[in-house]
Every structure is written in C-alpha cells, then in structure tokens.
Ligand binder design. Structure first.
Ligand code: DGL
Length: 258
C-alpha cells in the first residue's frame, strides 16, 4: 500500500503547529507543506483578494502534488475560502476554524476570548459559530494585526520583546459582569508557536485552546490510521516565494522534520 499524500497549507510557518500533530498521529503518510509566504500576512487583506489568491495557490499545489487530502492549516484561509475550495476541487479538505464550541463547553466562568487575525474575527463565519455554539457564554473577539508576524520572526531567530506580545494578548482578559475570561481560543495557527510567552505574561491563568489535536483526529478519521507499510519518503516544504530559509529558520524547520 502506498502511503497517502497529505498537503498542508498556510500563509506561513503557523500551519506547522497543525502539521506536527497530524504527523504524530500519522507518521507513515507523505507530507507536502506549502507556505504562501509570498502572500503573507493574510490577516489584514480584503476578502476578495484573499479568495482569489488561496484558490490559485492551493489549485497549483493540488495540480503539482496530487494529494489525497488537503489540510487548510490556517484559520484565515479556512474562514474565508474553505467553502469555495470545496466547490472547486474534488479532493477532501480539512479546515481550521476557531474552536469556539469546545472553549464554551469547557468554560466555567462562561466568558471566553477568541484571538485571531483581523480577518478571522471580522468574518461572518466566526460570528455564525458564536451564534451557534456560544449560547450562555460571553465571547470577546480580539483581532491582532501583529501576532502572526511576531511568531514568524521568533521562528526565524528575531526575538520579539515581551511588551509587544503582551499588548496583543491583554485585550483577551476581561473581567466584567461577574465573569472573568477563563479560556482563550488561539484562532490563528501561528499563535501556538508563542504559547509559553503568553502564559508568562497573562494577567491570570486561562486555558489556551489550540485546535491542532482536533484537526489531527479529523484527518485520521478521513485517511484511516493505517498509512501504509512502505517507509515514508522524506517530507517536503515549499515556500511560494521560492526563498531558501535562512540558517536560524532552517534549524527551526529541522525540529519539524524538514
Ligand atoms: N496562520 C494564519 C491563520 O491561522 C494567519 C496568518 C496570516 O495573517 O497570514 O489565520
């Protein structure tokens, strides 16, 4: 049996937080990771431009790599374009959408925050998730224009000062009407790269909710746990800019097996 090919797509290195969970669950699959760094960041771009770009980049990758499954490891791309991708291509897609349902289900204080890109928190898709799954729970939407770039910078060996990161997460912490935030949904796949930093500077402890394990379970459901008996070939990472990763990033990528 040939190992299935799984294409993982993001605007940058954030989708690696999803990729590592999928790979841990399915070590025998073949992986192609496409980072659309030439289009990064997605989070501040208008919807129409993003849809056109995502359909084009993912379409090119599907034609080139012929994957058995595509994981859109990007909340922004999923909230804006998942429906269009499914319409246009016959390969199965797994998307990444803000984990509002599990966060509300586990919140004891009944107040959660959703920390995402400006696009993700603005989009109707996210508001519909709140209407559907957040009954009885206060949800504070917090859009960040900088956090994904900070995560990219850190992985590339350019440290970001604590106060800059703190300024992005502080609006998530709300204490009002007797309800204090007890869970923060990480609604951008770049953000879990910095979770240790958030924990250090949080005004009070909260659960930081990373959807990656749930996405990996969904991939296993679709592909099946048995990914073949051949040794997996080496995995591949493609930057749409064509850049060769500078030394510090290359070392960081090695930790993900690239
Ligand atoms: N990783 C992407 C997400 O999950 C966003 C980063 C960007 O702004 O491009 O939303």
């Amino acid at each position: 049996m040939t190992a299935p090919a799984i294409l993982v797509f993001d605007s940058g290195v954030g989708g690696l937080t999803v990729f590592r969970e999928i790979k841990a669950a399915l070590p025998g699959a073949r992986y192609i990771y496409v980072a659309d760094d030439a289009g990064f960041p997605y989070g501040d771009q208008p919807e129409d431009a993003l849809i056109t770009r995502i359909l084009s980049v993912v379409g090119t990758a599907i034609a080139q790599f012929k994957p058995d499954l595509v994981v859109v490891a990007c909340n922004t791309a999923s909230t804006v374009a998942l429906a269009r991708l499914r319409e246009k291509f016959s390969v199965p897609f797994v998307g990444t959408v803000p984990a509002i349902k599990p966060a509300c289900a586990q919140s004891l204080s009944r107040r959660i925050a959703v920390l995402g890109t400006q696009a993700t928190v603005r989009l109707e898709y996210t508001k519909a998730l709140i209407r559907e799954f957040a009954a009885g729970c206060d949800v504070d939407l917090v859009g960040s224009s900088h956090l994904a770039s900070y995560a990219e910078a850190e992985l590339s060996g350019n440290p970001v000062a604590d106060d800059l990161i703190e300024a992005q997460i502080v609006p998530c912490f709300v204490d009002a009407k007797g309800r204090r935030t007890d869970a923060v949904v990480l609604a951008c796949t770049h953000y879990p790269l910095l979770t240790a930093r958030y924990k250090k500077m949080a005004p009070w402890p909260v659960d930081w909710i990373d959807p990656a394990p749930a996405i990996a379970r969904r991939v296993v459901d679709l592909i099946g746990a048995n990914t073949g008996d051949e040794p997996p070939p080496s995995q591949r990472l493609v930057f749409t800019s064509g850049r060769v990763p500078p030394p510090h990033l290359a070392t960081a990528l090695k930790a993900f097996g690239f």
